[in-house]
Design a protein around this ligand. Sequence first.
Ligand code: ADP
Length: 461
Amino acid sequence: MTWRPLSVHTRLTLWYAGALLAILVVISGLSYWLLARSLAQDVDRSLVTLAQVVRDAPRGNGFEEAEWWVRELLDPEHQLFQLLGPDGRLRMRSWRLRDDRLPLSAAARQSVAVGHASFDTVLLHGERIRVIALPVVRNGRLVEVVQVGMPLAPTERTLQRWLEALLVLVPLGVGLAAAGGHVMARAALRPVDEMSQSARRIDAEALARRITIRGTGDELDRLAETLNGMLARLENTFGEMRRFSADAAHELRTPLTALKGTLEVALRAERSGAEYRAALASALEEVDRLVRLAEDLLLLSRATAGPDSPRARVELETLALDVAEVGTRLAKDRGVTVRVGALAPLAVLGDGGALRRALLNLVENGVKYTPAGGRVELSVTAADGDAVLAVEDTGSGIDPADVARIFEPFVRLDTARSRESGGSGLGLAIARSIVVAHRGSLGVERPAAGGSRFTIRLPLA
Ligand code: ADP
């Protein structure tokens, strides 16, 4: 038989019933003890009163007067009393005692000798009897000892009945409470079962489904809302991934189709060596484009996964000078100048190679989208506790309506020009992923003088 964990509502019920049982057992024990104590006190108090009555009863006609008084107070079965002399010898006893004697223990004898009343519990014909020994002292001398007894059977019967009642009531109460608790816990947890059922129906294909919110505004509704929020984010991410795969496939297909076309045309007829060379050169161009695209895709996936080398100190001054040098080489053929502006000696923690890639992508774009005679300026400054790496150009600028889009993968604003310049549309997406992985942000603004200004903000080391 396999062991199945107990359901939450069963466990709740067990805990609840266990706690209630413990409380009731403690309370019952306490009530039993208090009742026993108060009954015993009552018996002792009555014994004191009776002993005083016997002591003070007139003795003219022997013992009858005392018996008469006690008879007024007790039923005949309970008239157990006797008088002892100071030496302990029996002087008189009640009718009910007949041939018996109430015993006087050694301790009681000592106690009355010094004038104190004493209580004892003794056995008489198998019956438990509580006995008081009350000394009668006159002129400082013990003259008599009055002993009165009272059977304990009635108080013991009362206690027994209370115990029996508890033994029935406590299990009954716990049983009823557990049954009620079980029903309540089941009802309270039923929505959880329903939630898990509706969650089970949601998979990658049905991410648009949501868990039903009952509208009670309680914890379970909040849980459902939280799960729905998570589903919405997952759905969004899945959607982005699908779009990304489709775009990537599309991007791959374009150079591949061109490559196929070039090769097919070259093979269709006998060609001269020069023509073959031209076809191969064109094919190589497409292959280059494919290699760049594959490299960019790899870079993007690495950047999204976060830095893989341990975070090290990266000096931004050195980084900017290095990138500016590469930019200058790229810009030479296009008649664009790359300059270095303000250079604050700042450092951040991170992956130097990845940050260089991000900054270089911005400089490359600046060079690509700035017409001849223009200028690209790189600077490093500090603002609000962050390092700000800025790349400003005097190029075409970006329409504010397009700003949100350009950081998405495969987005190119001016397709003809971008393709001609060899861009895959991944440069800004890669840069943004790298910066975000460094807990920074990448933004773009439009300087008053025209062109665009991209800024990378990173927390200072
Ligand atoms: P691409 O490979 O096309 O350069 P990017 O992700 O780097 O891809 O850039 C996305 C688009 O954003 C570019 O196609 C271009 O239209 C626009 N863009 C990027 N940088 C600049 C810039 N400095 N000036 C004007 N437009 C830019």
